[in-house]
Write a protein that binds this ligand. Structure first.
Ligand SMILES: Cc1cc2nc3c(=O)[nH]c(=O)nc-3n(C[C@H](O)[C@H](O)[C@H](O)COP(=O)(O)OP(=O)(O)OC[C@H]3O[C@@H](n4cnc5c(N)ncnc54)[C@H](O)[C@@H]3O)c2cc1C
Length: 452
C-alpha cells in the first residue's frame, strides 16, 4: 500500500499517525506543524513549572532525527493555509503538496475572553512548549501570579506554582473549581487543598481588566460573593478554555459541529455535502466525536483520547476497519499532592441532559488506618436507572486506578448491584479491606431503595 498521506499538525495525533503509517505501510508521509517543537508532552509542562521535571527539553519524547530516520517528511514552523479539497492538495508556507489521504490533527487554541489589558506583557496562555518556557522565565522574576480559569490546566498550574513558592490567586467565573469534570462537593476538597498550599481561590468572580502600562501590575476582579478588588499581579495566566482549530476544515467545506469541532463518524472520517469522505480524517482536539453516556457531540481534550484516535486513523488508512467508539474520556488532574479523577458525566451534565440520577458518596482511607502514609479518599458514584454513568475520586493516591476500573464498569453497563459484587484486592499497605468505592455504591443503593 503506497500513497501520499498529508498530516496537518505534529502533536499527539499527527506524530502518532505518522509513525504508525511508517511502521505498518509504505505510504509517503508528510507532516506540517505551526509549532516550533514536536513530539513533546504538553501534559508535563506544569511539572517543569513546579520544578519536579528539570527542564523543558526533558519533555521531548522523540527527537527530530527519529522522524527523519523513519522517512517522515516533517515541516516544523510551517502553517498549512488552505486545503483544496477538489484537487486534493494542501497549500502551505513550504509549497503545495498533493495527498491521497489527509489527516487533520490541528488541535486547538486557548480561548482568551475579551478582557481589557490581555495584550500586556506578562499575560500568557499555556498551550505549547514555548508558552511553558516563556511563563517559566517570567515567573523567575515574579512573586505574584494570577490565574484566570479553574479548569484542569488552571487548577493544575495553581498547585504547581504554589509548590514552587509563588503567591497564586485563581479566579473562576463559576462557583467551583474543575466545573466541567467534578461535582461541587468533590471540588471543595480540591479547593481546600489549594488553600492549604496557600492559593487564594476566588470562585463566582470575573476579571474585569488586567492593568498596567506596558507590563501587567494588577488585575481587577469583581465577584458575586467577593467585593470588587484589585489584585497585585506580576504575571497573569489565562486558562479559560480551548477552541478547536477547525477553520481550515470549514473553509475546505468539511462539516463543523455544534462544539466547533470537525464532525467525524465512528471511523473518524470527516463529511462534506452530506456525505462521508473516505480519505479525509480528523482526530484529537479539533475533532467532534460522541460522548458515551449522553451520545452528545463532544470534544475530548485529553492526550490519552488523542492517542487512541490516532491509532484508529492510522489503522483505517492502512486498510483496516477501525472504530473510535463514543468516549468516556476518564481524566485525572494532579493538584499539588492531591489527585482529582473523574469519568462519565457529572450531576450537572445529568441535569442539562434531563437524566435523573442517584449519587452515592463515601469517605475512607487509601491504606489501613494503622498503616503509615495513607490519605483520605473520597468517592462519588452517579447512577441513572441503577446503571453507573459517572464516577469521581479525590485522594492523594489510588485515584487513577479506581477511575480506570470505573471507566470500564460504565462502558460494560455495570449496575449498582454489580458494583456491590465487585471484589477488590486488599493489603494494609495499599488499600482498605473493603474499597471505599464499595461504600459509595452501598450509599447509592440505600438511597435507591428508600433506606437512606
Ligand atoms: C498544560 C497542559 C497539560 C495537559 N495535561 C494533560 C494530561 O495530564 N492528560 C491528558 O490526557 N491530556 C493533557 N493535556 C491535553 C493534551 O496534551 C492534548 O489533548 C493533546 O495534546 C491534543 O493532541 P492534538 O494532536 O489534538 O493537538 P496538539 O497536540 O495541540 O497538536 C496540534 C498541532 O497542530 C498544529 N497546527 C495547527 N494548525 C495548523 C496548521 N494550519 N498548519 C500546520 N500545523 C497546524 C499545531 O502547531 C500543533 O502542532 C494537557 C494539555 C496542556 C496544554
Amino acid at each position: 500500500m503506497n500513497g501520499k498521506v498529508v498530516i496537518l499538525g505534529a502533536g499527539a495525533v499527527g506524530t502518532t499517525v505518522a509513525t504508525y503509517l511508517k511502521r505498518h505501510t509504505c505510504h509517503e508521509v508528510t507532516v506540517f506543524s505551526s509549532d516550533t517543537h514536536t513530539a513533546y508532552s504538553q501534559c508535563g509542562i506544569p511539572f517543569v513549572l513546579e520544578g519536579v521535571i528539570h527542564d523543558f527539553p526533558d519533555l521531548i519524547v522523540r527527537p527530530l532525527d527519529a522522524f527523519v530516520d523513519m522517512g517522515i517528511d516533517l515541516h516544523l514552523e510551517t502553517t498549512v493555509k488552505r486545503i483544496d479539497a477538489n484537487s486534493q492538495k494542501v497549500i502551505s508556507d513550504a509549497g503545495i503538496f498533493e495527498y491521497d489521504h489527509l489527516v487533520i490533527a490541528t488541535g486547538s487554541l486557548p480561548f482568551v475572553p475579551p478582557i481589557d489589558g490581555k495584550e500586556l506583557d506578562g499575560v500568557f496562555t499555556l498551550h505549547t512548549l514555548s508558552d511553558g518556557m516563556k511563563i517559566n522565565s517570567s515567573i523567575n522574576d515574579a512573586s505574584r501570579v494570577l490565574i484566570i480559569g479553574a479548569g484542569g490546566i488552571g487548577t493544575e498550574l495553581a498547585g504547581s506554582l504554589a509548590v514552587r513558592g509563588i503567591t497564586v490567586t485563581m479566579v473562576e467565573a463559576l462557583p467551583q473549581v474543575l466545573p466541567l469534570t467534578i461535582d461541587p462537593d468533590m471540588a471543595l476538597l480540591v479547593q481546600q487543598h489549594l488553600n492549604s498550599l496557600g492559593v487564594l481561590v476566588v470562585t463566582g468572580a470575573h476579571v474585569n481588566s488586567i492593568n498596567g502600562k506596558q507590563h501587567v501590575r494588577s488585575v481587577s476582579v469583581q465577584g458575586d460573593t467577593v467585593p470588587t478588588g484589585i489584585v497585585p499581579s506580576d504575571v497573569v495566566i489565562v486558562a479559560t478554555g480551548l477552541k478547536p482549530l477547525s477553520g481550515i476544515a470549514r473553509d475546505a467545506g468539511y462539516k463543523i459541529g455544534i462544539t466547533g469541532g470537525i464532525v467525524t463518524d465512528e471511523h473518524l472520517r470527516v463529511s462534506a455535502d452530506g456525505g462521508i469522505l473516505d480519505n479525509v480524517y480528523a482526530g484529537g482536539e479539533c475533532a467532534e466525536v460522541k460522548e458515551f453516556v449522553t451520545c452528545s457531540p463532544f470534544i475530548s481534550r485529553l492526550g490519552s483520547a488523542a492517542r487512541r484516535m490516532a491509532r484508529v486513523i492510522g489503522e483505517n488508512i492502512a486498510g483496516q476497519d477501525a472504530v473510535y467508539p463514543p468516549t468516556l474520556s476518564p481524566n485525572v488532574v494532579v493538584v499539588g499532592e492531591v489527585t482529582a479523577g473523574s469519568v462519565g458525566i457529572t450531576s450537572h451534565t445529568a441535569t442539562l441532559n434531563d437524566i435523573s440520577v442517584v449519587c452515592g458518596i463515601s469517605e475512607g482511607r487509601t491504606r489501613a488506618g494503622y498503616f503509615p502514609g495513607g490519605s483520605q479518599i473520597n468517592a462519588k458514584l452517579i447512577f441513572s436507572n441503577r446503571r453507573l454513568v459517572g464516577a469521581q475520586v479525590v485522594a492523594r493516591e489510588g485515584v487513577k486506578e479506581r477511575i480506570d476500573a470505573l471507566s470500564l464498569a460504565i462502558r460494560m453497563g455495570a449496575t449498582v448491584d454489580d458494583l456491590l459484587e465487585w471484589e477488590t484486592a486488599y493489603a494494609p499497605s495499599v488499600s482498605m479491606i473493603i474499597d471505599p468505592v464499595t461504600f459509595a455504591a452501598d450509599d447509592a443503593k440505600m438511597k435507591m431503595d428508600g433506606l437512606a
